[in-house]
Write a protein that binds this ligand. Structure first.
Ligand code: SAH
Length: 367
């Protein structure tokens, strides 16, 4: 048993089964034993590789897209360049390097990082030394200023509650104890107001998940964009009003049992972009269209950028770059499972790489 498993088992023994979301929160951010609080987890030697850790081109293209949005909105003189969940700081470093081609944008921006893990804050501070970066404790604490923001694989790290449809009610997935070991259990079905809109599109017995923290974070970001200008690009794997159990644990590049080693494996869930887009619109911004990552990166010129970079690399670097570009864009890789949701002020030009927004679909629609 990991130390965290013992702590959680004692808590369940004393207070009864806990929600899956509470279990995920402890596994990821427990102050002593959480996955993100404890470990330096990204990169080839970590448990999983994210897009910015695969190639610098990812951050360069997204940085230039935000710089173009800044120009399109009249080059406001003091802006926030924010990132949610910056990991090792690689994406922000690539963005800051790329936007040097537009010195006025670099001069106007302050990098602001929203990071919950003190260990990862330290990694980011080292990586971004000399860049003038500051940290905010939450999205709600971002400055009231024009906000240009990226979030890659952030929302998938937020805990989800999970339910099974049973008639008019929903049976919540709980983490319980059986013979001293953690195991999944299901609470008795009850009506859930937050899932009222899913009664129409969820068959009996199907699983749905909700991310309680996601919409509030999006509302904080989109409210700033609506009030002061700016743009956000949220990239993650997921879909639109999905169903199914998507909670997964990954350890050393392999899937693991989410209950096996709490605190030692990364726990994530697919992102449902529909409630995020609704929250952005309710906060006064325009959101969408949800766009496959491969489509976005292709439109932003990933092939041309890789062609410029390749001759400067040694053969191994070239091979890694080509593999990364293929994996990020190919439908069989990350090109369609990963999607990008753009947010901008109503009436502002569409962000580079995205089509004009489509009307927000209703609960049953697809983007
Ligand atoms: N964006 C990075 C890292 C993704 S991992 C990349 O693409 O490589 C998720 C990141 O979000 C980590 O930095 C983690 O510590 C952070 N994080 C997770 N939950 C958070 C929360 N509630 N508030 C702020 N940061 C959080």
């Amino acid at each position: 048993m990991t130390p965290l498993a013992a702590i959680l088992a004692a808590r369940i023994a004393a207070a009864g089964p806990m929600r899956l979301s509470d279990y995920m929160a402890e596994c990821l951010l427990h102050p002593d034993h959480g996955y993100y609080t404890q470990r330096r987890v990204f990169g080839r030697r970590g448990d999983f590789v994210t897009a910015p850790e695969m190639t610098q081109v990812f951050g360069e293209l997204l940085g230039l897209a935000l710089a173009q949005a800044w120009l399109d909105q009249g080059s406001p003189p003091r802006v926030t360049l924010a990132e949610l969940g910056p990991g090792r700081g690689t994406l922000m470093a690539d963005v800051l390097r790329a936007v040097r081609v537009l010195p006025a944008f670099r001069a106007a921006l302050t990098p602001v990082l929203v990071e919950a893990s003190p260990a990862l804050r330290a990694v980011q501070a080292e990586r971004l030394a000399g860049e003038g970066a500051v940290w905010a404790g939450s999205a709600e604490a971002l400055p009231e200023a024009p906000t240009f923001l990226l979030a890659n694989e952030f929302f998938d790290a937020l805990p989800v509650r999970q339910f099974r449809r049973e008639g008019p009610g929903w049976a919540e997935t709980m983490v319980a104890l059986e013979g001293g070991r953690l195991r999944l259990a299901r609470a008795a079905p009850v009506p859930v107001a937050a899932l009222a809109h899913r009664l129409a599109d969820t068959p009996e017995g199907a699983i749905v998940e909700i991310c309680p923290a996601g919409p509030g974070i999006m509302a904080a970001v989109a409210g700033r964009i609506a009030r002061h200008g700016g743009a956000a690009i949220v990239i993650d794997y997921g879909g639109w009003n999905g169903t199914g159990d998507t909670v997964q644990a990954v350890r050393s590049h392999a899937y693991a049992d989410p209950l096996a080693d709490p605190g030692l494996a990364d726990l994530t869930a697919h992102v449902d972009f529909a409630p995020l887009a609704r929250a952005a619109v309710a906060a006064g911004a325009a959101a969408g269209p949800l766009t496959p990552q491969g489509t976005l990166l292709t439109r932003l010129g990933i092939a041309a950028r890789a062609a410029v970079l390749a001759p400067r690399l040694d053969p191994r670097g070239r091979a890694l770059l080509q593999a990364a570009v293929a994996r990020l864009t190919a439908p069989a890789g990350m090109g369609t499972v990963f999607k990008a949701l753009p947010v901008r002020p109503r009436g502002a030009p569409a962000l580079p790489g995205f089509a004009e927004e489509v009307p927000l679909p209703d609960a049953e629609g697809s983007p």
